[in-house]
Design a protein around this ligand. Structure first.
Ligand code: NAP
Length: 533
């Protein structure tokens, strides 16, 4: 470790997922030294850990990718919605190409990062007993990386095997012919259940809340479309940054009431046939007007009724307790169809909650289910979990999330006041997972790299957002979110204050284009809201 004002590295990049790989590359391209830390044994981030059966991306790889022209042109995706092994192979290939591994320590956990105000640098320590210094800290630790651990009573008594989807082993766990329970029906649980229906002898899907799921219509990649995008990946990125969600898919058609019921049905059928998240963007007011939302919700419920042949099973699967799209829409590959199989059962654990795990299986209030394997797909402590884990502290010894007890406090979702030189990639307060996160990551990484170049050119060594700029940003997000149906529904994007039930929407809800415009205006105004020294 250096004892002078010069740090060992310009930047410490924490995490080697898609964001970390690109951040490290981009920073090095611009002449900065960047040293990475990654707890896993290799690159991949969420795609390294979430290798559960059926894991696949739910947006198309034309734009869920890196936009580096060479990478874009050379990699050949096979599917419209690639599965986890293909995405992990891609990230490994990119890491080879970028020489990422030469700049990372793997199997290494950052145990602390302490800001030294005299030297304007972080002292970073690891669980290997080593430490180094870096002027800047880039937290590419992901928004959905701290998983919710199963906390069911009796889990230690279970005689069978249990797994968490977010920490899936790197070997075949041998589920064929076994009685398997999946607990959780978010995107992860639905993908897992769909993949295991034809593998397990018996599959029990424990559903606490019925979610809306729409078909992906997975298929071979449209190579012609890909090749057309590959002609100009930079142009593609600009197009994505000028849109609402960082994707290219059919978008808003108008207010629901501006169409006749027949026209509405035609639009809905078209979107169902297209598949995926485009279902979220048919009527401009479906996210804010309950009547408009119900048109879409009832259409999806009708589809579920049409797919699931047993009416009693279908009734359990119908989501009624939240408007469609207010929890992240699930994109599936034959989910509702699995319930037409004799070996698959939906267990309504809101009507009959899980009481405990026993030696033989799962005990609910009214029944006992014998199983050989339990799979927990319980979700994540989104947005704040990884930062809480990271043990970053400022000169007063505060942690970044300590002041977030009433919701995240950031400027642009990138920085938080009193934590100089620490950047969070796609953090709360930015479009993040509300948009295509690979576009969100890219935009943030470009912003940070440009900011560091700006500082280097001027000999500046310290930056943090002013408290007033941060307060204004938090207020701006609250204002944008106040009429959203999504704010009223419990989901991982909403922080609920326990004392007064007040709600804080965590990602930036104004859309990618509006966010980018704000960022550009701030840069044009000499990085307004950032304080340098
Ligand atoms: P999630 O959407 O938060 O779902 C967690 C599930 O676990 C819910 O069904 C929840 O029930 C249930 N659960 C949690 N605690 C429980 C308990 N104590 N008892 C019973 N049930 C419990 O998490 P996720 O499925 O991992 O998805 C999170 C996000 O990751 C997605 O929205 C998406 O952004 C991303 N993701 C993307 C993909 C993809 O690209 N294809 C795949 C997977 C995940 P309640 O709803 O009742 O709380």
């Amino acid at each position: 470790m250096t004892s002078q004002n010069q740090p060992d590295y310009d930047v410490a990049v924490i995490g080697a997922g898609m964001g970390g790989i690109y951040a490290s590359h981009q920073l090095r391209q611009k002449g900065f030294t960047a040293h990475g830390i990654e707890a896993a044994s290799d690159v991949g981030g969420v795609w390294f850990h979430n290798r559960y059966p059926g894991a696949r991306v739910d947006i198309e790889p034309y734009y869920y990718c890196l936009f580096d022209p060479e990478v874009y042109r050379e990699w050949v995706w096979t599917e419209r919605y690639p599965a986890q092994p293909e995405i992990l192979a891609y990230l490994n290939w990119v890491a080879d190409k970028f020489g990422t591994r030469d700049h990372y320590e793997f199997n290494t956990w950052m145990t602390g990062a302490i800001w030294d105000p005299a030297l304007d640098l972080y002292v970073i320590s690891t669980d290997k007993g080593s430490s180094f210094t870096a002027r800047f800290l880039v937290m590419a630790t992901g928004q959905l990386s701290k998983s919710r651990k199963p906390q069911f009573a009796g889990l230690d008594d279970f005689a069978g095997e249990w797994f968490q989807t977010a920490h899936w082993p790197d070997h075949d766990v041998g589920l064929a012919g076994k009685r398997v329970a999946v607990i959780g029906t978010g995107s992860t649980g639905i993908q897992t259940a769909t993949a295991l229906a034809g593998v397990a002898s018996e599959l029990l899907v424990f559903q606490r809340t019925a979610n809306f799921s729409v078909p992906a219509h997975n298929a071979a990649l449209d190579r012609e479309a890909y090749d057309a995008y590959a002609l100009d990946p930079a142009g593609l990125l600009s197009q994505l940054l000028a849109g609402a969600s960082g994707t290219i898919m059919p978008t808003y058609e108008g207010l629901a009431a501006s169409f006749t019921p027949q026209e509405q049905q035609r639009l809905l059928e078209d979107r169902w046939a297209f598949g995926g998240h485009s279902m979220n963007m048919i009527f401009n007011d479906q996210g804010s007007n309950m009547e408009a939302n119900t048109v879409v919700a009832e259409f999806v419920r009708d589809k579920i009724r049409g797919i699931v042949t047993d009416p009693e099973t279908a009734a359990k699967l119908l989501p009624y307790d939240h408007p469609v799209g207010t929890r992240r829409l699930v994109v599936d590959t034959g989910y509702y169809e699995i319930f037409n199989r004799d070996n698959v059962t939906i267990v309504d654990s809101s009507a009959d909650p899980i009481e405990r795990i026993t030696e033989q299986g799962i005990q609910t209030g009214g029944a006992h289910y014998d199983v050989d394997v339990i799979i927990f797909a319980l979700g994540f402590q989104a947005y704040t979990g990884a930062l809480e884990n990271a043990n970053v502290s400022n000169e007063k010894g505060d942690r970044p999330t300590e002041k977030w007890s009433r919701g995240p406090q950031t400027y642009l979702g990138l920085m938080t006041h009193e934590f100089p030189n620490m950047f969070v990639i796609a953090g709360p307060g930015s479009p993040s997972t509300l948009s295509n996160v690979s576009v969100a990551n890219t935009q943030h990484i470009h912003f940070v790299t440009d900011l560091l170049c700006h500082m280097a050119e001027r000999g500046l060594t310290r930056v943090e957002p002013s408290e007033s700029a941060q307060d204004a940003w938090v207020a701006h997000i609250a204002d944008l979110a106040k009429n959203m149906l999504r704010l009223q529904v419990d989901n991982y994007m909403v922080h609920v204050n326990a004392d007064d039930n007040s709600r804080v929407f965590m990602p930036y809800p104004g859309g990618v284009a509006a966010y980018v415009e704000k960022c550009e205006a701030i840069v044009a105004d000499g990085y307004a809201g950032f304080e340098f020294s």
